[in-house]
Design a protein around this ligand. Sequence first.
Ligand code: SF4
Length: 435
Amino acid sequence: MENDTFTPELLVPAGDFEKLRYAFAYGADAVYAGVPIFSLRARENDFTLTSLKEAVAHSHQLGKRIYLTMNIYAHNSKVRPFLDSFCELADLGPDGFIMSDNGLIAQALRLRPDAVIHLSTQANATNWTAVEFFRDIGVKRVILSRELSLREIAQIHEKVPDIELEAFVHGSICIAQSGRCLISNYLNHRDANQGTCTNSCRWEYALLREKESLLAVEEMQQPRPRYQPLENRYAVTEKKRPNEVFPIDEDEHGTYLMNSKDLCAIELLQELRDAGVCSFKVEGRTKSLYYVAVITRAYRRAIDDLMDGRPFDKNNLLEVLSVSSRTLMTGFYLKRPQHYGENFCDGDSLPLTHRFAGIVRGTQAETGLAVVETKNKVSCGDTLEWLYPEKTVHAPVERICSSDGTEVSEVSGGLNCCLPHPAPAADFCLLRSPL
Ligand code: SF4
């Protein structure tokens, strides 16, 4: 990265093989994929050793890169299986391994000195001495802690210029320091550091007065209890800090004590690149194929604009906002998020501007119609947006055929139907409807 002309890599999550294909089609330079058992997000992972082999081969055929995530903190019983699995996976020839556990990194490099190791954000490298340390033990890239500012990243790059720096540009943020958290483990025995976080920080909590709690516990066994407004405003204080009061607001949806907004740094790509970041990472191996495609395309265009000297195009931000997401912020890059970094009002989404309508699975040979796997209801007269990697085509739905060929006025989500193509048929087409 000594040279000023480097183009940052766009690194996108691939929760399964299909998402990997769409990620590349919509502009990713590289993907990261989980290894069963040994990556955080283990539950959602659809890859097996066989499909990972295909995934590595497919990525390389396209001239793209694939990194395998093995970022658990292992207990003793997992060390041997981890290292056996690591050697097996190293034989597949991935472009790197994303790891956290210092001991496992050292062992892995002993077993395979040529392996490319990227330090996971889970390891929380927050300063240049940590980055220097990992460089010295043979780590090729550090995925920086999400809690760093642009200034801190630039300082790290200045002090340790000979290591690759990767930073998150989009997706969820932990309320704890990047996953070092016991909330999920405490509440339902699923450990974030063993790959099974249940995002409990974003759950909808109810505030109960002590005397009501037994009744409330019983009520919770029933269908959702009716909302009873609290009589007073509530706040939390701490014994030794009498002058600090933390209000807790509750509405009919509940109360959200720890609910972080999501990260969106699409407007800060120039700054991140200037700070020395060579890989822009999108979070979310559990996100949908539609999410992966839309977010990848928006960031691809923003990176291309940046590298071609064009000004930031606000349409890319609108595209990002069109996908279901919690409210967004720029994380820690510009300033430390205080209250504005949390969403105390709800746990879910911004109002959607579009709804995912379907995936075009091919073209019927006899009719030339697009075969669509619908995800939500489509009706005649709706306007659909046909998304392709390089363009979006708006077109009204003039005709719908059900899978047996009969014309119908609408089709429900989950069923297949056929629609006239508004543009020449092309691979990787997705449909959405503006709301
Ligand atoms: S519970 Fe929330 S803060 Fe804790 S690891 Fe999971 S996502 Fe992160």
